[in-house]
Design a binder for this molecule. Structure first.
Ligand code: OAD
Length: 229
């Protein structure tokens, strides 16, 4: 079976009603990264940071996967598919994908502030200040904040290097190291980028840009790939 790796960003969940970060009306217009998405912010104002992620988590409970998430699960009929997502939602899993690597963490999980191995799935949407891990330290969102290491990046780089087909969906490719994963993909590998606002990337070999929303562009691409195999 050929291996397909799929790198996704906020755009794939936009049609599920989850805001992207850098589009107009995106989350980073409403909030400053330094106020809600860094470890320093958490130390300075844990209530604000916690509330930001509680709100995101609450919205996630009302969101459903869209046609793009479901279509990616269909690819598993004929390919070995590995999703690498920058998203912290669980819409790929709920859409039926079996192998999902969360580069930037997972919204429904929380972890200990003294032992990063202690990760828990939260019951419901609300983490409260005062909720503690079994070693007695405050729980924090299981999110990779700006300035923090991305523990799964090497695994993601390996998956990218081994792919026979590479698909990128709904990411502005602004945030490193995730954006650098494309550099690990072999030159001869067919690459697809589905994003209505994609910029040209003339240096990228064998890249086809599909300037459509994920909800229409991804199912069409998936049908094409399934028909070809
Ligand atoms: P961005 O908000 O930077 O980019 C979203 C991309 O989705 C843009 O390129 C849009 O054109 C595209 N888009 C919008 N609607 C779409 C649709 N319906 N279908 C397909 N594409 C659409 O989001 P990311 O690139 O995911 O990190 O951002 C990367 C990281 O920056 C996030 O994981 C997050 C953020 O700060 C952390 O919080 C650590």
């Amino acid at each position: 079976m050929k291996k397909i790796a799929v790198l996704t960003g906020a755009g794939i969940s936009a049609e599920s009603g989850i805001k992207t970060f850098r589009d107009s009306n995106g989350l980073w217009e409403e909030y400053r990264v330094e106020d809600v998405a860094t470890y320093e912010a958490w130390v300075r104002n844990p209530a604000l940071v916690n509330e930001f992620y509680n709100q995101r988590r609450k919205q996630l409970y009302d969101a459903e996967p869209n046609a793009a998430h479901y279509a990616l699960a269909e690819l598993e009929k004929k390919f070995e598919v590995q999703i690498i997502t920058q998203n912290v939602d669980d819409l790929h899993e709920r859409g039926g994908s079996s192998h999902v690597l969360h580069l930037h963490g997972e919204l429904k999980k929380v972890r200990s502030t003294i032992d990063p191995q202690l990760v828990y799935t939260l019951d419901g949407w609300e983490l409260k200040l005062g909720d503690k891990c079994e070693k007695g330290s405050q729980l924090r969102p299981h999110i990779v904040w700006f300035g923090e290491a991305v523990p799964l990046i090497e695994v993601a780089a390996e998956i990218s290097a081994e792919a026979d087909i590479y698909i990128v969906i709904g990411t502005s490719l602004n945030v490193y190291p995730a954006a650098g994963l494309l550099n690990y993909v072999r030159d001869e590998v067919p690459k697809y980028l589905v994003d209505p606002n994609a910029s040209p990337m003339p240096w990228m070999r064998n890249l086809k840009i599909i300037r459509e929303k994920a909800g229409t562009g991804v199912p069409a691409l998936v049908n094409e790939l399934l028909a070809r195999e």
